[in-house]
Every structure is written in C-alpha cells, then in structure tokens.
Ligand binder design. Structure first.
Ligand SMILES: *Cc1c(COP(=O)(O)O)cnc(C)c1O
Length: 811
C-alpha cells in the first residue's frame, strides 16, 4: 500500500507546484492547483503501475482485454485517491495549505467517452478488475470530442461539442513508440508461393494508431491496470508536405483530415445503429490496433503463438468490436502462417461476446459493398468463415434453406455483426436473467438451439467504490458504524445491515443522511437551473438516456394528470414532490427531443403556477453525465425504472439508486426483476404489463390504444392536453407525441400501463408519510444491493468466461 503521511504529502505538493508553475500555491489559480495534484498523484502511481506490469509479465498471467467502443469514466481524481487509500490524508494536508480538495475534484472535466449504460459498465468493470487483482486491460478509442454537452435553451435540447481535452488530461500518457499501422481500402493480390496462397494487401491507405494509456488503480491492493485508448494520426512520411508539389499538397491535407476524422468524435447514438462508413472505420481502427499490439506484446515476452489462447482472453462489448474475430484470423493466418483449423480454434477460445440489447434498430449490419471496399482482406476472411459455417448448418439442417439463410453471417447484401460475434466466440452472454432468457427463446433462438452451451447470463453490476463509498460518504459511515467495514472489500456483507432495518435510531440516521444529500442537490439545482425546491418533498427521479422504450413520456403524463387533479381539487392531500429529470437525446431522435421539450414546457407551467407551488415542482437538469449522477443518486427517494417490459436489457442506474437507499418504482424488466427478487415485493413498487403479456401483444396483436384512452377520463384529458395548447401556444407542438400514442397505437404501452402506474404512485405517498416504514424499506434495499456490485459480476466473468486460473492469484 502507498504509505504517505500528511507532512510528506504537503512537502511533495508544494515542491511539485513550484516545479510546474514557478510560483507559490497561494498565487496559483484553482485549475493549476488541480493540475498539480493530478500530476503528483500520477507520479505516485507510476511506480506501482510499472511493478504491476512487470509482475504480470514474470508470472505469465492470463491477460483479459476488454474491447469497448465506449468508456464512460467520469472524473478520475477522487476515485484514484480513494482507491489509493490516501484521500483523507490528502484532504487534511491540502486543507492546511488552504486548498479545498473537493473544490479541485469539482474542476475536473468528466471523461465522457460513452453514451450511457454500456460505456459506464465498461468503466465499472475496469475498476472491479483492478480491485480484484485481475490482469485486465481496457481497449478503446481516444475520441477528441466525447459525448456532446447538452444545453436546454427555451426548452429545447441544444448540442455543443465536448472539448474535454481543452485543459489537457493529466491522467493519460502518450506512448508514441507503441504505434501500430492500420490499413484501409486497396486491393488484395493473391499469389501462389510454393503451393501456399499468400495474400498481399496493396494500394491501401495507412493510418497510424497511437496509444494513450491511463492507469486504472485497484482498491488498496497495489494493482494498477491499463486502459489503452487509440488516437488516429497520419503516417509521418505520407504527410511530408515540404516535398509535395501543389496538387499533392492538397492530397496530403485531405489524407490528414480523413485520418484524423477517425478518432475525432463519439457517435451520440445509444442502442441505435447508424450505417455510416466512418463508424465502421472507427471500429476496425481500434480493433486492429488493439489486436496487433496484444500479439506484439505476447510475442515479445516469448509467447508461443500456438498457445496464445492460454494466456489471452478478449471480450467484445456489444457487436461494435466484433472485427476482433476476423482481425485475429488475419494475423494468425497471413502473418503467423497458421492453418485455418488452428487459427479458428485459437480465435474462438480467445473471444467472448456480450449482447446488450434486443432492439431491432440497434442490430449492426454493414452493406457488403461498403465493407468489401473498406476492408478487403477482412471481408474475404468473413466470407470464408461464413462458407464453413453454412456448410456445417447444411449438415445439421439439410434442406432447411430458410433457417440457414436466417442464420447466415452474410445475407441480403449485408454483413451481420451479431451473427459473426456468435459464430466466432466461445461465450455469448446477456446482461440480466430476463434479457438472457429472451435472447435464448426469442431473438437468438436459432443460434441457441445450435450452440446451447455458448449462451450464459452475467447480470450487470456497478462499482460500489464510486457509487457508494465516494458519492455517499455519510451512508458509508453509517454502514461502517453498524455492520463494520468488511463490506468495503466484500460488498455482499451489506446483507448484515438488514438486521438494523427495525432499529429506530438507524432509520432516523438514514432519514437524516438522505435529507442532507437532498439539501446539497437542492443547492445544485438552484445554482444550475435557478429553481428552488423543497428538501422535505419526495425527490422522484427519472435520469437516463431519452428513449421511447424508457418511457419518460409515461412519467410526464402522470405529472400532467396530477397537475390536472390539483387544479380541480387544490386541497388534495398529497406529499409534496419534486420531479427531477435528466438525460440526453440522440441529436436526430425526433420523439425523444419532443419529450424533452414537453417536460420543460410542463415544468415551466407548473413551476409558475402559484396554485400548486407548495405541492409539486418539475426540474430538468441539464447535461446528464457521471459527475451529475453522483450528486443526484444519493439524494433520491424514488427511482423511476419504468421501461416497457422486455425492452431494457438490464439497466444499471436502478442498482446505483437502490445502493443509495432509494426505493424503486419499476416494471418487471431487465435487472429490476432481480432487484425485486432480492428485496421482496414489499420493498419495491411494481406495476405494468408482464413479460408474457407484452410478448403476446407483439406476437398476436390485440392492443388498442384508442380504447384504453377512451375508457379512462384522466387519459382522455392528458392526451388532449398535448394538442389543445395547454403547454404551448403552438397547438401542434406536441402533436407528434399524441399521434405516436393514438394514431400509431402506442408501441410502448404507455397508455396501457398508465392506470397501474398511478396506483403504484399512490402507494408511494401513503408509505412516505410514515418515515420509519419508508426508511425500513430503504434499509432492506441497501442491505441487498451488495450482489449488484460489479465485483460480483466480474468474478462471474472471470470464472465463467475468461478462464479462472489467474483469479485471486494476486489478492
Ligand atoms: C449509470 C448511468 C447510465 C445508465 O443508466 P440507465 O438508467 O441504467 O440507463 C447512463 N448515464 C450515466 C451518466 C450513468 O451514470
């Protein structure tokens, strides 16, 4: 463990400040104080980082490489200090230098290289791998611009670029000597050399991939793993423009721009595939660079290429990095000279794939023409994989053309990435029990019957270090005081807290902690949005990406209904509520953007109506991101997890909320089912259609939104409010939302679930009035949240997918 006392830290910090800025701490800006601290911590980490790498090399540990197009890390300073075990010492030392640590932590830009759940999961996994001592590496793209910044202007979402590198990034180290060349376009010349076919790639466009490494510090265990993000740069001699004539000079500029575009910006689509060539380029770019560098490192350490599958595991996070499979094949065949059989066996042993969604619009497929011209050799290899796969299918399903066509990797002029990922991996997992079952019996049933042993479930998790220890220090203290500190290393021990659920003093402490967290959030809301909210009201929170299936629309309709009821009956006895929303919409997602507009229009109306001002408030917080989530979640009473059943693969914010003592309003979707199983029906609010009902409606029809609407006066009113000018002088402003519900028969069953949602919300009011009962339920939720730590999830991946030999060796 890093041993550092207050006085030596003070000395180090003062010295570093002088070195970096040539002046006194008192004269420096806050930004400079932050940078100094970051650089100093990075120096502390450097030795442990090198030692970890050396140890892995000497032990010849199996290395896991987690390939993901997104890593939504958020801020690093606070959690790095926490994991190093020096946050308190630093805080006190800095205070003596008149520096406020929390202020500096707040200055850090979020590293927002992800859209939402999928990217945040990758970040939680890195933290858990390091903290469990698993040799695990992240591999991704160093986007120059991360997920856009959201501003709300006149109620509309406006996107601005996320220039997160503006003030530099103290955490990354550029490794210019570890670059790799990635080849695009060109042609393949096949030659017969002594009876062996040789594939020469010519006339291609080379791109230099340069890695930037970020240390991933484990929790108090001296382990520092690596997140390697690749940046695209022109190959130097291709851009020696001093030697070009004018025409070539312009060509050189074009080349430079087209190369740099590759790692320029994160695509802001969540669970939605865009068939853009640049996206395919991004995918092959980081996959090829990553796989090349893995093999180079393995061989440099004396590894035998024929045994590489004993020492390497590659995880494919959603289909985005699926090209790992043909890229590995390419290197093993063309560069290492292995036979097809050997290369294919090794590739399958190495690769494993996680499916994240069953939404049809999210399934990636690439037009054959685009694919072949951009990646000619990779396309040839996929064709060969597919021919062999289809031949195997023919053996088993002779004559069943339909089935073989359905399962083929290449069909109807598209390359289907999920099919390639399934065929080329030894493991395919879903991310919650329900999701995995739906994959097996619906979306991927053909493949499940063909490869039953490949399919398995790994329910998602979240790192309790960021989402509890760091973001909710007061609750952490209460847990330590009641059940002792063992839950910090073994989060499952939080179960011991259940014994305190009836303890009045503990209930009061829980209430007090929540109340303090709510006051803090109220300050942030006032500062950011200029709205005053009452910390004694129920904080009813719906924060996540905007998506039709996540049903922010259902939430806002019930708020519109409650407003109607309060206008009719101003003395209606309700517990005051503050409805908090946050989340971004994809820039081109019309309905999601309309929903954001509606929420802001309702907020504007409700918050300015003196008749209801002491009862309800509606707040839309701008620019949802990890650091904002860390402020909102510990202050939440009620967590809204109300997706259309079957549509949310898992959800992870549901887990963050429960760990912080929020109660959950939920449909039986994704991991909500497992949360319900953990806490029991009495400690969660469940409503809405079941899985069977939804699947039945989708299969056989029979749902009529008009009928549902016309038989419920409340629904008639609120849907009418979308088109009668109540929330906008432009009556047509929300007509598209109205039509989606009524003209197009409400694809996501918003109207169908409305009544049971309202009934469940009434229960919330009743229980909240009894503080002791509410806090007892909160205690049960906290006590059962340990199983949703990503430490549990990662232990399951390590033992069940990656090969267990190395696990715990380093603990
Ligand atoms: C956890 C998290 C998510 C995922 O939220 P869901 O409600 O599970 O979709 C998205 N964005 C951020 C910033 C998060 O922290």
């Amino acid at each position: 463990m890093l041993q550092i006392d207050k006085n030596s830290f003070k000395k180090d910090y003062k010295k570093k400040f002088l070195e970096m800025h040539g002046t006194d701490i008192a004269l420096g800006s806050e930004q400079r104080k932050y940078e100094t601290l970051g650089v100093l911590i990075r120096d502390y980490v450097a030795g442990m980082w090198l030692d970890t790498t050396k140890k892995y090399n000497i032990n010849k540990d199996k290395q896991v490489y987690y390939f993901s197009m997104e890593f939504l890390l958020g801020r690093l300073l606070g959690n790095t200090l926490l994991n190093l075990g020096i946050r308190e010492v630093c805080k006190e030392a800095l205070a003596e230098l008149d520096v406020d640590l929390e202020k500096l932590e707040d200055l850090e830009q979020d590293q927002g290289l992800g859209n939402g759940g999928l990217g945040r999961l990758a970040a939680c996994f890195l933290d858990s791998m390091a903290s469990l001592g698993i040799p695990g590496n992240g591999c991704g793209i160093r986007y120059k611009y991360g997920f856009f910044e959201q501003k709300i202007i006149d109620g509309y979402q406006v996107e601005t670029p996320d220039n997160w590198l503006r003030n530099g990034n103290v955490w990354e180290i550029r490794k210019s000597d570890k670059g790799e060349i990635v080849k695009f376009g060109g042609e393949i010349k096949v030659e017969d050399v002594g009876g062996k076919l040789v594939f020469n790639h010519i006339n291609y466009e080379p791109v230099l991939a340069v890695p930037y490494d970020t240390p991933v510090v484990g929790f108090e265990n001296d382990v520092v793993n690596t997140l390697r993000l690749w940046s695209a740069e022109p190959v130097a001699n291709e851009f020696d423009y001093s030697s070009f004539s004018r025409g070539d000079f312009l060509k050189a500029i074009e080349y430079k721009n087209s190369v740099e575009a590759i790692s320029q910006v994160l695509y802001p689509d969540d669970s939605f595939y865009e068939g853009k060539k640049l996206r395919l380029k991004q995918q092959y770019f980081f996959v090829s660079a990553g796989v090349q560098s893995i093999i180079r490192h393995y061989k440099a350490n004396g590894g035998d290429i024929k045994k590489i599958d004993e020492r390497i595991a590659i995880h494919i996070n959603d289909t985005h990095p699926t090209l790992v499979i043909p890229e590995l094949m390419r290197i093993l065949l063309d560069e290492e000279g292995l036979s097809w059989q050997d290369a294919w066996r090794i590739t399958k042993n190495i690769c494993a794939y996680t499916n994240h969604t069953i939404l049809a619009e999210a399934l990636e497929k690439w037009p054959v023409d685009m694919f072949r011209s951009l990646l000619p050799r990779i396309f040839m290899i996929i064709e060969e994989i597919n021919e062999r796969f289809c031949a195997d299918l023919w053996n088993k399903y002779t004559g069943q053309w339909d089935k073989i066509h359905r399962m083929s990797i290449i069909a109807d002029d598209y390359v289907k990435m999920a099919h390639l990922a399934i065929v080329g991996s030894h493991s395919i997992n879903g991310v919650a029990k329900l999701h995995t079952e739906i994959l097996k019996k619906q979306e991927m049933s053909d493949f499940y019957y063909y490869y039953p042993r490949k399919f398995n479930n790994k329910t998602n998790g979240i790192t309790h270090r960021r989402w509890l220890l760091k973001s909710n220090p007061k609750l952490t203290e209460l847990l330590k005081d009641t059940i002792g500190p063992s839950f910090i290393k073994h989060p499952i021990d939080m179960e011991d807290f259940e014994a305190f659920k009836d303890d009045r003093a503990v209930q009061e402490s829980l209430y007090k902690i929540k109340r303090e967290n709510k006051e803090k959030l109220a300050d942030i809301i006032y500062k950011n949005q200029g709205i005053e909210v009452n910390p004694d009201s129920i904080f009813d929170v719906h924060v996540k990406r905007f998506h039709a299936y996540k049903r922010q629309s259902l939430n806002i309709l019930r708020i519109m209904n409650l407003y109607n009821e309060l206008l009719e009956n101003p003395n209606k006895d309700i517990v005051p509520r503050t409805f908090i929303f946050a989340g971004k919409s994809a820039p081109g997602y019309y309905l999601a953007k309309k929903t954001i507009e509606l929420i802001n229009a309702v907020a504007d109306k409700v918050n300015n109506d003196p008749l209801v001002k002491d009862k309800i408030k509606v707040v839309f917080m701008e620019n949802y991101r990890v650091s904002l989530a860390e402020s909102i979640i510990p202050a939440t009473d009620l967590s809204e997890q109300i997706s259309t059943t079957t549509k949310e693969a898992s959800g992870t914010s549901n887990m963050k909320f429960m760990m912080n003592g929020a109660l959950t309003m939920a449909t039986l979707d994704g991991a909500n089912v497992e949360i319900r199983d953990e806490v029991g029906d009495d400690n969660i609010f469940i409503f809405g259609l079941t899985e069977r009902e939804v699947l039945d409606y989708y299969k056989h029809g029979g749902y009529n939104a008009w009928e549902v609407c016309n038989s419920d006066l409340r629904l008639k009113k609120v849907t009418n409010d979308l088109i009668n000018g109540r929330y906008s002088s432009d009556k047509d402003k929300f007509r598209s939302l109205y039509e989606h519900l009524l003209t197009y028969n409400d694809e996501f069953f918003v109207l169908k679930d409305f009544d049971s949602y309202l009934k469940a919300q009434e229960k919330v009011d009743v229980i909240y009035k009894n503080m002791h009962q509410w806090q007892k339920m909160a205690a049960v939720n906290i006590a059962h949240s340990g199983i949703f730590s990503s430490d549990r999830t990662i232990t399951e991946y390590a033992t069940g997918i990656w090969g267990s030999g190395f696990l715990y060796k380093n603990l």
